[in-house]
Design a protein around this ligand. Structure first.
Ligand code: NDP
Length: 283
């Protein structure tokens, strides 16, 4: 058996087309969806991510406003900018690209942001609402993971899902979102005992570890859905956390790296920005 491929490029392109249509409808009503993207310092990966987000906005008719601060900018300066964007009626969503330089507290920046403009879904209020099953901005990568699982047409309810990795940005929110869809969820991490045995029971596996090809075919149950969030830069190029070629022979559905969850993350950010534009219209 060879798995069906969940093509993140294709799925995200479809989503971007519908976002563009929605953005046009909003514009016809006099609302110009606008995302403010803040970049502090010169981190090369962050610059690439910010560039991808700007390009996504451009393609879908969302206005992106970029703000750059030097790496040595004081925390106060960034907080002042966030507060200014909070009050700017023309800005619907705010995204501060992480990681920030060490002297700036990411928590302080998130706390300063209006939760209703937090399109990354990292503000504690949005996190709390997500875990309480209340409406909120869902974080972009986890939202992309769920969208992909839903695209398989497989009913999540009652399935056993195993998540490898418990970070605040991927593992934990994916768990909350699968639980909300009535999966039976296990979160595993570096201290989990007998990890392969736990993963082997899963109908749905989400790998978010940051270790190249960590998930091998012997850990996968025949027919499982395998979502690979990992991005690892090796000399031969980008690889995921899953041994793609081997796992492909056992899974029913699998995401490639690159071209899997990565493009979905940007599409979900654009979706959240549209939602913010509707919530914050003229606010
Ligand atoms: P973190 O480093 O924050 O978390 C990694 C998690 O993996 C931790 O919970 C850690 O456990 C767990 N882990 C590490 N080693 C093992 C092991 N041997 N066995 C079991 N669990 C282990 O990573 P992120 O969640 O931020 O990112 C994970 C991956 O996803 C990275 O490759 C990252 O680049 C990628 N990523 C991709 C995105 C996309 O858009 N496609 C977006 C965000 C991330 P413990 O808690 O015990 O230390």
């Amino acid at each position: 058996m060879s798995a069906n491929i969940l093509d993140g490029k294709k799925i995200s392109a479809e989503i971007r087309t519908s976002i563009k249509e929605e953005a046009e409808k909003l514009k016809a009503r006099g609302i110009n969806p606008t995302l403010a993207v803040v970049l502090v310092g010169e981190d090369p990966a962050s610059k690439v991510y910010v560039g991808q987000k700007e390009k996504g906005c451009e393609e879908t008719g969302i206005i992106s406003r970029k703000y750059t601060l030097p790496a040595e900018a004081a925390q106060e300066e960034l907080l002042t900018l966030v507060e200014k964007l909070n009050e700017d009626k023309e800005v619907h969503g705010i995204l501060v690209q992480f990681p920030l330089p060490e002297h700036i507290s990411e928590t302080a920046v998130l706390t300063a942001m209006k939760p209703e403009k937090d399109v990354d879904g990292f503000h504690a209020l949005n996190v709390g609402r997500l875990f309480s099953g209340l409406p909120c901005f869902e974080p972009c990568t986890p939202k992309g993971v769920i969208t992909m699982i839903e695209r398989t047409g497989i009913d999540i309810e009652g399935k056993k899902a195993v998540i490898i990795g418990r970070s605040n940005i991927v593992g934990k929110p994916v768990a909350a979102m699968l639980l909300a869809r009535n999966a039976t969820v296990t979160i595993t991490h570096s201290k989990t005992r007998n990890l392969p045995e736990v993963v082997r029971q899963a109908d749905i596996v989400v790998a978010a570890i940051g270790k190249p090809r960590f998930v091998t075919a012997d850990m996968i149950k025949e027919g499982a859905v395998v979502i690979d969030v990992g991005i690892n830069r090796l000399p031969e190029g980008l690889v995921g956390d899953v041994d793609y070629e081997a796992v492909m022979q056992k899974a029913s559905w699998i995401t490639p790296v690159p071209g899997g969850v990565g493009p979905m993350t940007i599409a979900m950010l654009l979706q959240n920005t549209l939602k913010a534009a509707i919530i914050n219209k003229g606010a």
